[in-house]
Design a protein around this ligand. Structure first.
Ligand SMILES: [Fe+2]
Length: 387
């Protein structure tokens, strides 16, 4: 029976517990762990559980700031076994953390399967709603990290049958042509930013491949964006693609801010990220708010969310390894879009006085550089920032 208030009262209550979204309920029902937080040191350290639907052992990863938009999971495929085939109308990008194996891809109606091989360091994407199966024919375990657009889509349609049992054929994404998964190496300029992109549905080794110099985030910074499998959620249409970037050893990025959604996965070197709400200003330690700055350390296989909460946290990435610090950054493509078509876009990498969202080195909190120097000294790495 509903509560009928008198004139001084409100009906019902004003406080309750947040309920799980359709995607969160789906993750719970999968019966594997769900890891949350601002990041993690190394996916190899995660507890994994047997995964009935997909096979192998897995864990979901839902970092602070990606909720409702995109999600990740890690899955281990034991030696001489394979995952169960699946298809889904959300997009998926895979990064191989350990081991080697192959992927079979086929359309519902196809008489043959395309097969391509991968190894630790490979990045690939299976075209949306194609059947696919990951196989480990070798004698050591495989560990794969996958990123998907499942949360956004599931939360809208709220039907796992629509997601996993849908006959729609995305002919514009996949035509079963031979060579679809043959790695391409030719970089081309992004149609809008003119920075480097690579159209390739499979990249054999993003940990060690050559990267072009870009200079956007630090001196000598290298960078390119892979455009894979016609993905629309992970970029496409001139929006934010995943990217692969590298800071030279002994150097660090400018602090910058943008909406939540991006996650950096460490590929090489090791490092840490500091992040703080923009309302603390450009010099949080000097303002006595240093205790509100969050820090995540990570090694290859570890990760950090770029902006927790609703976003617009400054964040700053520091490589402290002897090797250059290389990361894979992933975000759902349309997470930051504001305004209307034709509006001017200023890169987050532009400095504050250029209308961008980056704090120039000269204006940052002195504690930032001091802390970085201390971490480098501890690791025995030379400080190589220009004055
Ligand atoms: Fe960022």
């Amino acid at each position: 029976m509903i509560h009928q208030p008198n004139e001084q009262q409100r009906a019902g209550r004003v406080r309750w517990k947040r309920q799980p979204t359709p995607y969160e309920r789906f993750m719970e029902e999968e019966g594997i762990p769900v890891v949350r937080g601002i990041g993690l040191n190394d996916v190899r350290e995660l507890p994994l559980s047997p995964w009935t639907r997909l096979g192998g052992r897995g864990s979901y990863i839902q970092l602070d700031g990606t909720e409702g938009v995109w999600g990740m999971y890690v899955v281990e495929i034991p030696p001489r076994s394979e995952l169960r085939p699946e298809r889904h109308v959300y997009e998926e990008v895979y990064f191989v953390v350990e081991g080697r194996g192959s992927t079979e891809v086929w359309k519902e109606s196809a008489s043959r399967r395309q097969v391509f091989e991968w190894q630790a360091g490979s990045l690939f994407s299976v075209p949306v709603n194609c059947w696919h199966r990951l196989v480990n024919a070798g004698s050591s375990p495989v560990l794969v990290l996958a990123a998907t657009g499942a949360p956004a889509l599931m939360n809208i349609v709220n039907s796992t049958r629509f997601i996993f049992d849908n006959p729609f054929d995305f002919t514009d994404r996949y035509d079963d042509s031979l060579g679809y998964f043959t790695p391409k190496t030719e970089l081309e300029p992004h149609p809008l930013s003119e920075r480097a992109i690579l159209r390739s549905n499979m990249i054999p080794d993003i940990v060690n491949c050559e990267l072009p110099v870009d200079n956007h985030r630090s001196p000598g910074y290298k960078w390119f964006e892979p455009f894979m499998a016609g993905n629309h959620f992970f970029g496409g249409g001139g929006q934010q693609l995943p990217f692969i970037a590298e800071h030279q050893t002994g150097r660090y990025s400018k602090a910058h801010a943008h909406a939540s959604g991006a996650v950096l996965v460490c590929l090489k070197g090791k490092g840490y990220t500091c992040t703080w709400p923009t309302e603390l200003g450009t010099r949080p330690w000097e303002a006595g708010k240093g205790h509100l700055v969050k820090r995540q350390d990570y090694v290859p296989g570890g990760m950090v969310t770029a902006a927790p909460g609703g976003g617009n946290w400054f964040h700053q990435h520091f490589g402290v390894g002897k090797e250059a610090f290389r990361v894979l950054a992933i975000a759902g493509g349309y997470w930051w879009v504001k305004g209307k078509p034709g509006d001017d876009i200023v890169s987050n990498n532009a400095d504050l006085e250029e209308g961008g969202r980056s704090i120039p080195y000269a204006q940052e909190d002195p504690r930032v550089r001091a802390e970085f120097k201390r971490a480098l000294a501890e690791a025995g790495v030379e400080f190589r920032m220009p004055e």
